[in-house]
Write a protein that binds this ligand. Structure first.
Ligand code: ADP
Length: 419
């Protein structure tokens, strides 16, 4: 089954075309991104194996971006499909599934209606996903589509973990609660980690850390998410590349008042001008900060320490929440690549049985363990792959539906014969 995975952002459309033989065998056929959609600088980058195509091309909206993607896949120098009919299914990443979706679903009119209704909670993201869905309906009518939600994995949280201590009626009126985000990644790395250890996920207490430009930590108790650091929106929790994460909420009103900021300006400050970028004034990218810290830049050194401290603090919280931990998993850009950050995060945790092996921590590739043999807690690095997870869900749901259809058809035929 050839599955097109789409991840529509407010001004981008990322995609991967994956050939799924079964859930153990997936082959990447092509991947790419349409960037700065809606601006004059829009461009499309597509790569197949070692070959890359990069073109500036006008794309007014997601519909036009979709046309560019499909044209590239089915014609021209990087063609991988003889016809668009070869695409069997499409998997869409949707950021906000609210209280409606606790797992991925086949998209129908009702699902579309609910994604639209939930746009209030994630205005940019859900609208972008809807544009992607509508573009597919137009360009590939009849092809089954699946929605995979970033929030779905956290629907197992109990009210004590997802409610905020604000006036109850207001929380109910506006659906204010913790929804979490990055759920597709947390679910993927948790499942892979269990497989890596050769143990059922249901037997493990796990803390998963997605540390990229956006960052979140999740506590998973015997396979079920019980808490996560992102909140009603992805702004909460850890310090991130440009987002502040949890801060004293009184700072918001203080700054609005003293700096004469509107709610939109304050939102922009916390989402785009804070985190590593805000502390250093240099960059949101930890690689640049590492270099600056090496050259003695005090704010870069501080940002490193604050970031590690913020992760360490959540690990501590979640050990308490879980009543212990068997496995800690790190993933995404920082988690997978920065041995320096990993060292800082776990520094001093030897006394509670978390011991990092320096040599293993310095290894660079693939799924691996970085804890020492005498560590009570296993610490793993699992490169995340959200698109793989979406392709897998899409494959499974579409296969299941085809089987149900075939079964219903067989029953119909046999009831006709028996008449
Ligand atoms: P996103 O959340 O946007 O998907 P990624 O998971 O790709 O982000 O992570 C991007 C971040 O990973 C970069 O901003 C950078 O800070 C960090 N990163 C990537 N490679 C390295 C590295 N070798 N050393 C330190 N940080 C890195």
């Amino acid at each position: 089954m050839k599955v097109l995975v789409l991840n529509a952002g407010s001004s981008s459309l990322k995609y991967r075309l994956i050939d799924v033989t079964d859930i153990e065998n997936m082959k990447l056929m092509a991947k790419g991104i349409c960037d700065r959609v809606g601006s004059e600088a829009s461009q499309h980058v597509c790569s197949i194996d070692e070959n890359e195509l990069r073109i500036s091309i006008p794309m007014e909206n997601h519909d036009e971006a979709m046309q560019v993607v499909l044209d590239t896949l089915s014609s021209g120098p990087l063609k991988v499909l003889d016809s668009l009919d070869e695409i069997d299914a499409v998997g869409h990443r949707v950021v906000q599934g609210g209280k409606y979706f606790s797992h991925s679903v086949i998209i129908d009119d009702d699902v579309i209606k609910k994604i639209a209704e939930l746009s209030e909670l994630a205005p940019l993201h859900n609208k972008a996903a809807l544009s992607g869905i509508h573009a597919c309906q137009k360009h590939m009518p009849g092809v089954p589509m699946v929605a995979a939600f970033d929030t779905a994995f956290f629907q197992t949280l109990l009210p004590k973990a997802y409610m905020y201590p604000l006036p109850y009626d207001l929380c109910k009126k506006y659906n204010i609660r913790k929804y979490g985000a990055h759920g597709i990644s947390h679910r993927y790395i948790a499942e892979r980690a269990a497989e890596f250890l050769g143990k059922p996920l249901q037997d493990l207490k796990m803390i998963t850390c997605h540390l990229g430009n956006g960052c979140s930590v999740t506590a998973i108790d015997h396979g079920q998410a019980v808490d996560t650091s992102m909140g009603m929106t992805p702004l909460d929790g850890l310090m991130m590349g440009t987002r502040c994460g949890s801060i004293d909420p009184a700072i918001v009103t203080f700054l609005e008042e003293h700096e004469h900021l509107s709610p939109e300006e304050m939102d922009d400050l916390m989402n785009k001008k804070s985190g590593i970028l805000g502390v250093t004034g240099i960059s949101n990218d930890l690689r640049s900060i590492g270099d600056a810290a090496d050259q003695g830049d005090a704010r870069s050194q501080l940002a490193y320490e604050m970031y590690a401290y913020s992760v360490k603090r959540y690990i501590g919280q979640y050990i308490a929440v879980l009543g212990g931990v068997d496995v800690i998993v790190l993933a995404a850009g920082v988690g997978e690549n920065s041995k320096r950050m990993r060292r800082l995060i776990f520094e001093g945790l030897e006394t509670i049985g978390i011991i990092i092996d320096e040599k293993r921590n310095n290894a660079t590739q693939g799924e691996r363990e970085i804890s020492s043999d005498d560590s009570n807690v296993r610490v793993l690095i699992i490169p995340t792959d959200e698109e793989f997870m979406i392709a897998r869900d899409t494959y499974e749901l579409v296969e299941e539906r085809e089987e149900q259809k075939a079964h219903a058809h067989e029953e119909e035929v046999s009831s006709v014969h028996n008449k």
